[in-house]
Ligand binder design. Sequence first.
Ligand code: SF4
Length: 370
Amino acid sequence: MSAQRMSAQGTQNPQVSRARAVSQGGAAPPTPQAPQGAPPTDSAPQPPQAAPTPQPSCPLCPHACRLAEGQLGICGARAACGSSVVSLNYGQTTALALDPVEKKPLAHFHPGSMVLSYGSFGCNLRCPFCQNSDIAQVRPEGGRLPALVAPVGDGVPDVPSPRHAAASDSAAALASAPVPTTPLTPEQLVARALALRPRGNVGIAYTYNEPLVGYEFVLDTARLAHEAGLANVLVTNGYVNEAPLKALLGHLDAANIDLKGFTQGFYDRVGAPRGLETVMRSIELAASHIHVEVTTLIVPGLNDDPAEIDALAQWLASVDPRIPLHLTRFHPAYRMPRTPPTPHETIRTLAAVAQHHLRRVHPSTGGLRW
Ligand code: SF4
């Protein structure tokens, strides 16, 4: 899969220059005109009618956004550019931190080690309780393709490569993020991760916002990281189509996948048609390839019914009873600023329910992933 763009057919988009002209307000090619002075007649040749431009659809997640030129997808991180839907957040870094791996949370993957955690912007869900809304729910102003900006260096020596050149030339150069960002190439991120090995770093975690809306950057970086002997960790909502997830799994080592609730009604609230079945499939698929842990953020009054957690844990155990389940606390955020934090007692009660089915249940007293 190529960097930065993924058409419905998975092919390279040949119309980058046109996309850049559109983003810069460049003039459209002149429409053919009748010769000056010629009187209009019924038989005069008519200008050819432009064929309607087919609208590309994005193959990444079940939203399947079909977008007009320059239009943003639901995630705010991808837009139509010619015949493709391209990534606008390729390497656009909003957060970069060396975290304990337990903070992802991963309790059973290199315990005690650190992981370099990378985040960008955008998310394909609309959880009213989003705990990272400042980077996940932001959108470029006006919902349009942002203006051209030049990528800048970040002090890490560049490793010239065709992939880096491509990143400078197209979608990354189109991206003007809705939040402050620092552009990083996959080579630069891997170089940083390698430099942090003496501090206990085992690899790179793609996290904070929903990383899969920046799929191409994750894939490019994960490939390089594996070549360099680093581990790759994905922290995701799991709302992704099967084919792109399958293509990525061979480059991953571990994932923490949200299972936000155990009813489709709950997933409807977060803007995810067919969300429950999609995320269940993602968990099953990932667990058959890599180390997987699951997180459920317990939101008071929304998904704290013991019967729901019982059903969730029972299903998870049917996939593999050794899958760790993290039950984390909601804190007032985003569109739920007045809902109180999840009581500790609620978490303890639900953890006891889940332990009837699962061997490794981790009640969290924190609630934030970072
Ligand atoms: S990843 Fe974004 S653009 Fe693609 S289908 Fe999902 S919401 Fe739409």
